[in-house]
Design a protein around this ligand. Structure first.
Ligand code: PEP
Length: 282
C-alpha cells in the first residue's frame, strides 16, 4: 500500500497558466465538468482547476451551474470539483495596482491558490519571504495555498544532497514551529485544510522530462520528514503516459499539471489513471 498522509485525500490540480481566451476557458470548463460527470467518477481525488484570474468568475459560474443541474447528480452531490487561482498578492488591501488579493479570490469562489510557482519566482522575482507572505494572506482569507518548490537544472546536476538542501531552505518557513507562531495570530483564518506542497523540478516543467521515480520518491520522503502532515504533489510534464508510473510513489498525494490540463481529454485521462492506480495499490 502506498505510504500516504492526511488520510486518503488526493488532489489533481490543473494550472492553465496564461492560456485561453474567454470562450475557450468557458468551453474547457464546461467540457471538463460534463466529462467528469459522465464517467470520471467518484474517487478520493479532488479536482482543482486554476484558470487565469480574468476567467475565474466565468469558471466559478460554470461550476455552480453544473452543480445545479439535475442531470449532473455527481457534481451536485460533491464538493470535489473546485476552483483555484494561480497567484495572489502578498498584501491585503493597500494601493497595489494590478494585484489581486486572497480575499478577493475567496470572495468570487476560489478555494485554492497556487503560490511560489517557479514562473512567478523567475519572472517576478518572488523569493521565499514573498512566498511566505502570500501564504499568510491566503490562509488569512480561507484560500488554501498550494506552495510550489523545486530545484533548477544546475542544482539537479549536483545530485540529491543538493536538491534536498535546496528544498529544506525553500520550506524552512513552513515548519511546524514557524506555522504555530502564525496560527496564534488573531486574524488567522481557522482552517483545517492540510498544508499542500507541490514539488516541481524547474527543469521538468513544460520540457517533457521527468525525474526518475526513485528521485521523486527520495524527495517525497524528504519533504514528508520536514512536514509530516503535508500533502505532497508532484508537478513537471505529467501526462497520461507517465501518470501510472508516478501515481504509486510513496508519500505522493497528487499532481499539479500544466500543459496536459489544457485538454479535457488528457486531464481527465490523468484523473482516471490516477484513480485506478490508487485503487490497485489499496
Ligand atoms: C506547471 O506549470 O506547474 C507544470 C507542472 O507544467 P507542465 O505540466 O506543463 O510541466
Amino acid at each position: 500500500m502506498n505510504a500516504s498522509v492526511a488520510g486518503s485525500r488526493r488532489l489533481l490540480v490543473g494550472n492553465w497558466k496564461m492560456n485561453t481566451l474567454h470562450d475557450e476557458a468557458q468551453g474547457l470548463a464546461n467540457e471538463l465538468l460534463t466529462l467528469y460527470e459522465s464517467g470520471y467518477e467518484q474517487s478520493s481525488i479532488d479536482v482543482i482547476i486554476c484558470p487565469p484570474h480574468v476567467h475565474l468568475t466565468t469558471v466559478a459560474v460554470a461550476i455552480k451551474d453544473a452543480q445545479r443541474q439535475p442531470n449532473l447528480p455527481l457534481l451536485a452531490s460533491t464538493t470535489s470539483f473546485m476552483l483555484g487561482a494561480q497567484d495572489c498578492s502578498h498584501r491585503a488591501h493597500q494601493a497595489s495596482t494590478g494585484d489581486v488579493s486572497a480575499k478577493m479570490l475567496r470572495d468570487i469562489g476560489a478555494e485554492w491558490v497556487i503560490i511560489g510557482h517557479s514562473e512567478r519566482r523567475q519572472y517576478h522575482g518572488e523569493d521565499d519571504t514573498r512566498v511566505y507572505e502570500k501564504f499568510i494572506q491566503a490562509k488569512r482569507f480561507g484560500c488554501n495555498p498550494i506552495v510550489c518548490v523545486g530545484e533548477d537544472e544546475a542544482c539537479h546536476q549536483l545530485g540529491m544532497d543538493a536538491v534536498t538542501a535546496h528544498l529544506s531552505q525553500q520550506l524552512s518557513q513552513f515548519t511546524s514551529q514557524q506555522l504555530s507562531l502564525f496560527t496564534t495570530h488573531d486574524d488567522f483564518f481557522p482552517s483545517s485544510a492540510p498544508l499542500v506542497i507541490a514539488y516541481e523540478p524547474i527543469w521538468a516543467i513544460g520540457t517533457g522530462k521527468v525525474p526518475a521515480p526513485e528521485s521523486i520518491a527520495a524527495v517525497m520522503q524528504h519533504i514528508h520528514q520536514l512536514l509530516p502532515s503535508a500533502l505532497i504533489l508532484y508537478g513537471g510534464s505529467v501526462n497520461p503516459g507517465n501518470t501510472g508510473m508516478l501515481a504509486t510513489i510513496p508519500f505522493l498525494s497528487g499532481f499539479l499539471v500544466g500543459g496536459a490540463s489544457l485538454s479535457s481529454a488528457s486531464f481527465l485521462k490523468i484523473h482516471a489513471l490516477f484513480a485506478s492506480a490508487i485503487s490497485a495499490d489499496n
